[in-house]
Design a protein around this ligand. Structure first.
Ligand code: SF4
Length: 309
């Protein structure tokens, strides 16, 4: 499968079928914490980066072949970069809504919400999860390293407009990087932006997986709790995935593991959790994949991460 992956257990969304609209990393940002690598170019150009018809055909095939033991709870449009850059986004969401009664979520950096066509394309989604890491221009440039076409004031105005127009849920994700967007001035600016956007919920996060830049360091759980208290409305700190205890009983399958690692680096326990796999067979599969040089191992914050080069 080229555009779909899973279903995987998503910490936020349940058993989710991922839909990746971009074959190669294409983004309007080049975030210092990005876990999928450097953006070769940053762009605001909306176009059909991959054929919409091919994506729709693959979604149909996945729906037809979905296993009764692993039914899809939610369709999650994400991307090897920024999915709203794909001009077929609205058509793809509309197609899923016509074919199934399952919700559709979209993970986006929110940078193109100033465009009416992008906001309209998202109207049929059920949950939209945009990011807003900084509400001060200098911090925005440091953390997200946006394309020249992005202006922070336009982005925040776009999020405000979308929040007024959209009838589904908006979960605004804010990722805090130590020493970059956690100063008192940053938190005050974020408070004001969140108060204007009025999302259904703020999801507060920090750097967990190996970031693009080594200097992108996480803040402590205590600091996230303090920031959460300072933001208006409902705020959730995204729980540490690896701490949840669940039964894992499926035997690991190497190609399934590779499929996930081609998208982002994971620890062995991330993989077990996402795919509901047994720990021992996952460890063995990773050892074998490492020996055959299909995956590499790196260490970050004392944890071993695997990725597919
Ligand atoms: S917006 Fe997302 S995909 Fe784009 S650079 Fe930032 S983290 Fe990576």
């Amino acid at each position: 499968m080229k555009y779909t992956f899973g279903p995987v257990n998503s910490r936020r969304l349940g058993l989710s079928l991922g839909i990746d609209l971009l074959a190669e990393k294409t983004c309007s940002y080049n975030c210092i914490y990005c876990e999928i690598g450097v953006s070769p170019v940053t762009t605001c150009d909306r176009k059909e980066y991959t054929p919409t018809a091919e994506i729709i055909a693959e979604i149909d095939e996945t729906i037809k072949n979905q296993s009764a033991s692993k039914p899809i709870d939610i369709f999650t449009i994400t991307g090897n970069g920024e999915p709203t850059l794909h001009s077929g986004l609205g058509k793809i969401i509309h197609h899923i809504k016509e074919r199934t009664d399952k919700p559709v979520a979209v993970l986006t950096n929110g940078s193109l919400f100033y465009r009416a066509d992008v906001r309209k394309d998202l109207f049929e989604a059920d949950i939209v999860i945009p990011s807003l890491d900084a509400a001060r221009e200098s911090s925005f440039r440091k953390i997200n390293r946006p394309a020249a076409c992005n202006r922070l004031s336009e982005i925040i105005d776009g999020l405000v407009l979308f929040s007024r127009e959209f009838s589904g849920k908006i979960w605004l994700e804010i990722l805090i990087v130590k020493g970059i967007n956690n100063t008192p001035e940053d938190i005050t600016a974020l408070q004001q932006a969140v108060a204007r956007i009025k999302p259904d919920m703020v999801q507060l996060n920090t750097v967990a997986r190996p970031p693009l830049e080594k200097y992108a360091m996480p803040v402590s759980q205590e600091e996230l709790k303090r920031i959460a208290q300072e933001l208006p409305g409902k705020v959730e700190i995204i729980a540490d995935f690896s701490r949840k205890k669940k039964e894992k009983n499926r035997i690991a399958n190497e190609s399934e593991i590779l499929h996930i690692l081609q998208r982002r680096p994971c620890t062995a326990s991330d993989i077990c959790e996402a795919l509901n796999l047994d720990t021992d067979s996952t460890t063995n599969a990773l050892l074998h994949l490492e020996k055959s040089e299909k995956v590499i191992q790196t260490e970050h914050q004392g944890k071993k991460y695997y990725s597919a080069p």
